[in-house]
Ligand binder design. Structure first.
Ligand SMILES: Nc1ncnc2c1ncn2[C@@H]1O[C@H](COP(=O)(O)OP(=O)(O)OP(=O)(O)O)[C@@H](O)[C@H]1O
Ligand SMILES: Nc1nc2c(ncn2[C@@H]2O[C@H](CO)[C@@H](O)[C@H]2O)c(=O)[nH]1
Length: 451
């Protein structure tokens, strides 16, 4: 069971202190010389105040099957896309997968469900899940599986009960390694705005949701619930984090998404294909720069190429990298990657900052499944953002908070951490981590943290 069965009182079972991102190698902690201060100040408090993040999710179980291209074509599915399918189409597809014994795994899924689970597993901190759940749960049902495969640190107390079944996501993996999704939505979009608890959003380190929500049908209100949560987050200055689900969704109306991001979003997560659909630019670094006109920080994953981060920092707070300077579509783009990301509006003189990292250890020797690698990277970014809030709440006088930053660590450090987490997802089947990262990775020092 991934991360253990979900207890009903996530907050009560929490450890007294949040795990910090990057703690595995203390000397790489950012900023390095403030580390002892943090330890001293935090241990002086008998009980640090806990924090949390919130997410709005479509409740989905992934049904993973290995299929050929012919099956996709016959069921009118599109490679790489996530398509909503009718109940009848889902019935026919499921019957064929079952009859041909093609189903390999069934596990809890959904982009935000995965991200919250991974965040909670990495940080030991609470992640509040706003989503629906079947009112009556039978042992062995998909709803039962969903809850059993969700970390006990994910707070399921806010789930809205519904009459229908939760959604199913047929995750179809073709021989080329690409995964295509067919969604049988069930009641996953029935979340109502009234189920959003403003007091939990206002006090969150971040609010996260996926672009998939915005394609809900008439009569389904999950999009309205998300808009309500975003409005509360804005008023309380809580960062709003959007992950772009699939390029096909963005391609349908890129201008809608540009306007949406400019209006609502602080941090944008996407892969290089979604980045191209949004910006028209195929180079992930350039696309990230373009996206900075609409939001404050960008995580752009690029599969085997690695990942990029982009954002702003005030010129007075910039820190020069100690790594080799890199040039691509932007010259010496990583010059200030040791800086911490800030909101553009919090900078007197905003400077754009970029960082890049190649896959951890060059990528795994054997990739079991790329499903969820991007969600893993986002969970790491959220962990660092939440750590910043946790530290600010508990050590408000720390020099770290003399300016308002979005994260605890530098662009460079977050890239390393995100990349490391993606690697962990790549070497397992499920998009959900079964455990946190090792506390210390001495043996990997030469290979990675010291690079
Ligand atoms: N083939 C690969 N080889 C090495 N590393 C990889 C490979 N695929 C992914 N990664 C690592 O995982 C990270 C995220 O992968 P990717 O860009 O494929 O995410 P994604 O498309 O958003 O995935 P998903 O939507 O399934 O979560 C990359 O930045 C990289 O570090
Ligand atoms: N929320 C949501 N998740 C999806 C959708 N399509 C695919 N996914 C999830 O994307 C994850 C991988 O990133 C898988 O675990 C899928 O469950 C969708 O329409 N909505």
């Amino acid at each position: 069971m991934a991360g253990g069965a979900n207890g009903m009182d996530a907050a009560a079972s929490a450890d007294p202190e949040m795990k910090f991102p990057g703690q595995r190698k203390h000397k790489h902690y950012f900023p390095v010389d403030a580390r002892d201060l943090r330890a001293k100040e935090l241990s002086a408090m008998s009980r640090p105040q806990r924090t949390h993040i919130c997410g709005i999710a479509q409740t989905l179980v992934d049904i993973e099957a290995h299929v050929d291209d012919e099956l996709l074509a016959r069921h009118n599915l599109v490679k790489g896309n996530s398509l909503l399918i009718s109940d009848e189409a889902a019935h026919i597809l499921y019957a064929e997968l079952k009859q041909r014994a093609l189903i390999k795994e069934e596990h809890a899924g959904g982009t935000i469900g995965n991200t919250l689970h991974n965040f909670a597993t990495l940080s030991d901190e609470r992640a509040v899940l706003f989503a629906v759940m079947e009112k009556q749960i039978e042992i062995g049902s998909y709803a039962y599986k969903y809850l059993s495969y969700t970390s006990s640190k994910v707070d399921v107390n806010q789930l809205q009960p519904v009459d229908g079944p939760i959604g199913r996501c047929f995750t179809l993996i073709t021989p080329c390694g690409e995964r295509s999704f067919a969604i049988s939505k069930g009641a996953m979009d029935k979340l109502e705005p009234a189920s959003i608890k403003p007091e939990l959003i206002k006090t969150a380190g971040a609010l996260v949701f996926a672009s998939y929500l915005m394609r809900s049908a008439d009569g389904d209100n999950i999009d309205q619930a998300a808009l309500r949560a975003m409005a509360v987050a804005h008023e309380a200055n809580v960062p709003v984090v959007l992950t772009l689900g699939t390029r096909f969704l963005i391609e349908q109306d890129p201008q809608f998404w540009r306007d949406f991001i400019a209006e609502h979003v602080t941090v944008l997560a996407m892969n290089e294909e979604e980045a191209e659909a949004l910006t028209g630019e195929s180079d992930p670094l350039k696309a990230s720069e373009i996206a900075l006109q609409w939001c404050d920080m960008v995580l752009c994953t690029a599969g085997p190429e690695g990942l990029y981060m982009a954002g702003y920092c005030d010129s007075a707070e910039l820190r020069e990298t100690e790594h080799e300077l890199r040039s691509g579509s932007i010259g010496e783009f990583n010059q200030y990657e040791f800086s911490r990301p800030m909101r553009q509006q919090d900078c007197v003189d905003p400077v754009k900052v970029y960082s890049y990292i190649a896959p951890y250890l060059g990528g795994p020797v054997e990739i079991l499944n790329t499903n969820g690698a991007g969600d893993g990277a986002l969970a790491a970014v959220l962990h660092d953002m939440a750590a910043n809030r946790y530290h600010k709440v508990n050590v408000p006088s720390s020099c770290k908070h003399s300016v308002s930053a979005l994260t605890y660590s530098s662009f460079s450090q977050i890239c390393k951490y995100a990349n490391r987490v993606s690697y962990e997802v790549l070497i397992q089947h499920s998009p959900r981590l079964s455990r946190g990262l090792p506390e210390r990775e001495e043996s990997l020092e030469e290979g990675y943290w010291d690079r």
